[in-house]
Design a binder for this molecule. Structure first.
Ligand code: ADP
Ligand code: ADP
Ligand code: MG
Length: 461
């Protein structure tokens, strides 16, 4: 049954993005919101809006009963979870189906299998996709795990099976460190994610983060090429681009084919991302995890392929077969996304919510700013600090970086401190220009370039 009314169980820029896709498809929208979000752009844009609880996400955006009630009260026939919040909650997906609605994403069973990072490793191995050398399944005995860590060789990464957003990861450099860190990691994961499960991976040094966008309808599976997200701070992406400048045509083909094989093995339905680490020195790639949802950086892929990923996932959830064939997907030029957060890069990225002042949005050919701002809007302090994402495309990587700098110089959010000065500085860094980066490149660069991050002397505010 095609979807007629879609409820958006999220907020911020992704809620606005989903409303736009729904409207393009002729679908009515219902925006749920917390008491802190009554004045949000998504609430103003949606056809209907329902308040579902107090500001704390646990009582609103993560409140399954309140979200389901809003959906049934408004006669919605589908729910889009965006990213974060309930997006990778398998029980929520099951509850949406049980209530007779479509969940815009894969089934609860697929989320369970691929959302648990240890179980996803097993699924990847079974599908013939290379994984990082490490443990099998969830660790149940920390003494036995120390033996496994010895075998893997130090440094070893201790990862939470339920982790995400760069959290739930620790590195042990010796057996002694492992013995101290592993129990801590488990109790912290239990507290943060409600699940203390751990698994181990060898640390891949100087790796590049490369991920493959896939689309599936349960029968047909395609990839939309890769994104590279090696510029990270605290294991969180800050700058994403496509295509990756690190891959040869042959590696790209194999990598993307492995992602399609894994999607097919789990009969994936919807939009998903398969994340890998790529070791440039050896040319080897290793699966690290799957995100069974739309990702923050999806516009990079939309910019180079022309595919509307959010519209595709909504159509698939409405029961339409995937109409895009693999041979229809091609790469047109290059694209870069930078995350504009309400954080002060000069103050160790301290989040500083405030009021949007003089708002100027960059424009011109292949320039897109996905955001939820308006002049005078007060950023609520309860949620993550993403203000918007600046995405630019051009024919070559070099020209994309030139255009990125130009677009950043046009962007203004008034006095609100934000991460734009970081990207203006990065767009001039020789290693970035050369594409010579890896996931541990940015943090030391930030240490030595602190003076360039205040935004005082650049033209970006
Ligand atoms: P992407 O993988 O799409 O780049 P991020 O890793 O930045 O996305 O995560 C997207 C959003 O989801 C962020 O707000 C992040 O904090 C949140 N998130 C991801 N995984 C989890 C999780 N397991 N628990 C809580 N929040 C999560
Ligand atoms: P999350 O669920 O938080 O996104 P990931 O498993 O995707 O966690 O890893 C996040 C980041 O942590 C990666 O992009 C990479 O920078 C780093 N990382 C994860 N696993 C390894 C590893 N085995 N070796 C080196 N770096 C890793
Ligand atoms: Mg990840």
């Amino acid at each position: 049954m095609p979807i007629k009314k879609l409820l958006i169980a999220n907020r911020g820029e992704i809620a606005v993005r989903v409303i736009r896709a729904a409207r393009d498809l002729g679908i009515r929208t219902v925006q749920v919101y917390s008491a802190a979000d009554g004045d949000s752009l998504a609430v103003q844009m949606a056809d209907e809006a329902v308040e579902i609880g107090p500001p704390a996400a646990k009582k609103s955006y993560l409140n399954v009963d309140a979200v389901l009630k809003a959906a049934s009260d408004t006669g919605a026939d589908a729910i889009h979870p965006g990213y974060g919040f309930l997006a990778e909650n398998a029980d929520f997906a099951d509850a949406v189906h049980a209530a007779g609605m479509a969940f815009v994403g894969p089934s609860g069973d697929v989320i369970r299998k691929m959302g648990d990072k240890a179980s996803a490793r097993c699924a990847a191995k079974a599908a013939g996709v290379p994984t990082v050398p490490g443990s099998d399944g969830v660790i149940d005995d920390l003494d036995a795990a120390a033996e496994i860590a010895d075998t893997i060789g130090y440094p070893v990464m201790i990862k939470a099976t339920a982790g995400g957003g760069g959290r739930g990861i620790r590195i042990a450099n010796t057996r002694e460190e492992f013995k101290t860190l592993a129990p801590q990691a488990s109790s912290e994961a239990k507290a943060a994610f409600g699940d203390g499960g751990l698994y181990l991976e060898k640390v891949i040094e100087r790796a590049r983060h490369i991920e493959v966008q896939i689309l599936g309808d349960g029968n047909t599976f395609i990839h939309c090429y890769e994104r590279e997200c090696s510029l990270q701070r605290r294991r969180q992406k800050v700058w994403e681009e496509a295509p990756s400048s690190a891959l040869s045509a042959e590696v790209r083909e194999n990598l993307c084919a492995s992602a399609v094989a894994l999607a097919a093995a789990v009969k994936y339905s919807g939009a998903g991302t398969i994340e890998y680490l790529y070791d440039e020195a050896t040319g080897e790639y290793y699966f690290i995890e799957m995100n069974t949802r739309i990702q923050v950086e999806h516009p990079v892929t939309e910019t180079i392929t022309g595919i509307d990923l959010v519209a595709e996932m909504i159509k698939i959830a409405g029961g339409e077969p995937l109409a895009i064939k693999q041979e229809d997907v091609s790469i047109n030029g290059h694209a870069i996304e930078v995350r504009i957060n309400a954080e002060d890069p000069a103050l160790n990225f301290m989040p500083i919510p405030g009021e949007v002042g003089d708002l100027r949005i960059p424009g011109g050919p292949r320039v897109r700013f996905d955001h939820f701002l308006y002049q005078g809007y007060r950023i609520p302090p309860f949620y993550d600090s993403l203000l918007g994402k600046l995405i630019v495309g051009a024919d070559t990587r070099e020209n994309t970086i030139v255009r990125l700098k130009r677009a950043l110089s046009e962007l203004s959010v008034g006095e609100l401190k934000n991460t734009a000065p970081l990207f203006t500085a990065l767009a001039e860094a020789p290693d970035v220009l050369a594409g010579a980066v890896h996931t541990k490149w940015l943090e030391p660069w930030l240490e030595t370039n602190a003076d360039r991050l205040s935004g005082e002397k650049g033209d970006a505010k």
